[in-house]
Design a protein around this ligand. Structure first.
Ligand SMILES: Cc1cc2nc3c(=O)[nH]c(=O)nc-3n(C[C@H](O)[C@H](O)[C@H](O)COP(=O)(O)OP(=O)(O)OC[C@H]3O[C@@H](n4cnc5c(N)ncnc54)[C@H](O)[C@@H]3O)c2cc1C
Length: 402
């Protein structure tokens, strides 16, 4: 069992730059500060953001948040979800996924959170000793046996004992230290987009439900949020990995022919900063560290939305890294222990995610019918055992025993 927040001891360990104030970066900053490092976080965005869609927060993420005494705060910002309703183009219910069953299978340790809310709570939990500089990135990295010299995008130079790239799937630190992204990114043949908007008429139509429309190779979801807004997401299959210059134009082209509430949803898409759009991809890297530079979260272990849990695993990875850094021995050895612990778990979850693809985002009407039939059978008494292996798949915590 890991250390609770109150059991930590204070000692000066050295200084670290964490590039990226997302889920992994903020979690790591909290733990590194806690165990006595001087922490500087760099974030390319100008501040905290609300973009993205709802995440199932469970397993490793839940365990780490509990050790940070954050669960109570996260419970307050969770979204109320009891089921996910699949509808057809007329808006009629065709099947549903019982979120309560999922919650039971996780021993009630599951929260439906907006990514932005999780980020905000992690940020609020940081002590004043952690410095965050927004609007900045890393331009140059040089290292020797004693230190890493980092040149920031404003020209400032910093010398630290450790540099961590927590800057997401398109990591700049990874590019500078390990090489071009194309060597490490496994494109999974889908693109995804998500945005948050306001619309009273759509809110009434959803009637409080999380609804999904699936047609072959395309899925659109929409759900009401606690604060009166709505969130929507789109996932479609495409062989073209390249991210389009205008995500909204692409969504309009790809989904403009569909009924249900899709035309109204698309009217709210205006290429402003608040749209999240990206390839669905995984990161596979032969080594996660080089000397005094290491990676955490999606930068080295992205599992993709097919596997879910990206944010939970990012918190798990950040926790394991901080705990392994407390061990004795040269820093390179401690970083190796972090990687050896994490990598097999991540590889398993990535493979499970790839296997789940055709059921999550069915490629044909036949796959959609099989999915809906299985979901219907699961509603009958005793039928839920059908779904248990799927809902439990790959959700083991990476922080067990650490
Ligand atoms: C705005 C946003 C919306 C997202 N929405 C979704 C979603 O809807 N669905 C989904 O499956 N996943 C989404 N993700 C990814 C998901 O949150 C991550 O898979 C998961 O949380 C892993 O966390 P991470 O901290 O490793 O990476 P991220 O959460 O991606 O965090 C990386 C952080 O590094 C920052 N950063 C990036 N480049 C640089 C740079 N060069 N220099 C400094 N900082 C940099 C980013 O702004 C971000 O704050 C989103 C990520 C972001 C940033």
């Amino acid at each position: 069992m890991g250390n609770s927040a109150t059991e930590e001891t204070q000692q000066t360990e050295g200084s670290v730059i964490i590039c990226g104030a997302g889920i992994a970066g903020l979690t790591l900053a909290w733990w590194m500060d806690r165990i006595g490092w001087d922490v500087l976080v760099l974030e390319i965005a100008s501040g905290l953001r609300d973009e993205g869609y709802m995440i199932d927060f469970l397993s490793s993420g839940y365990d780490v948040a509990e050790r940070m005494d954050l669960i109570h705060r996260l419970e307050e910002v969770q979204q109320p979800v009891s089921e996910v309703v699949n509808v057809n183009e007329n808006g009629e219910r065709v099947s549903e996924m019982d979120y309560e069953l999922f919650r039971q299978l996780q021993n009630e340790r599951l929260l439906a959170l907006m990514r932005g809310d999780l980020e905000r709570e992690l940020h609020a939990a940081l002590s004043d000793d952690v410095e965050i500089r927004y609007g900045l990135t890393v331009d140059e990295v040089q290292q020797d046996e004693q230190a890493v010299d980092v040149t920031l995008s404003d020209g400032t130079r910093e010398s630290v004992e450790l540099l961590v790239g927590a800057d997401g799937i398109h990591s700049r630190v990874r590019e500078l230290v390990f090489g071009d992204e194309s060597q490490y990114l496994r494109y999974l043949n889908y693109h995804t987009g998500a945005f948050i908007f306001e619309d009273e008429s759509i809110r009434r139509k959803l009637d409080g439900q999380f609804q999904n429309l699936t047609v072959p190779n395309r899925t659109i979801g929409c759900y009401p949020l606690q604060d009166g807004t709505l969130a929507t997401f789109f996932v479609h299959r495409t062989p073209n990995a390249e991210r389009p210059p205008s995500p909204c134009q692409t969504l309009k082209q790809r989904y403009g022919d569909l009924d249900w509430i899709v035309p109204e949803l698309l009217e709210h898409c205006t290429d402003v900063d608040s749209i999240y759009y990206d390839q669905v991809a995984q990161i596979e890297l032969p080594r996660w560290s080089k000397g005094r530079v290491t990676l955490v979260g999606d930068a080295c272990q992205a599992v993709s939305l097919l596997a879910g849990q990206g944010a939970s695993l990012a918190m798990g990875g950040a926790y394991v890294l901080a705990q392994k850094l407390r061990d004795d021995g040269p820093i390179e050895e401690r970083l190796n222990r972090y990687e050896s612990h994490m990598k097999p778990e991540i590889q398993e979850k990535q493979a499970a995610g790839r296997r789940a693809a055709k059921w999550l985002f069915p490629p044909s009407q036949w796959h959609i019918t099989v999915r809906d039939t299985a979901l219907k059978v699961a509603r009958y008494p005793g039928g839920s055992h059908l779904l248990k292996p799927v809902l439990k798949m790959g959700t083991e915590s990476v922080v067990n025993g650490i």
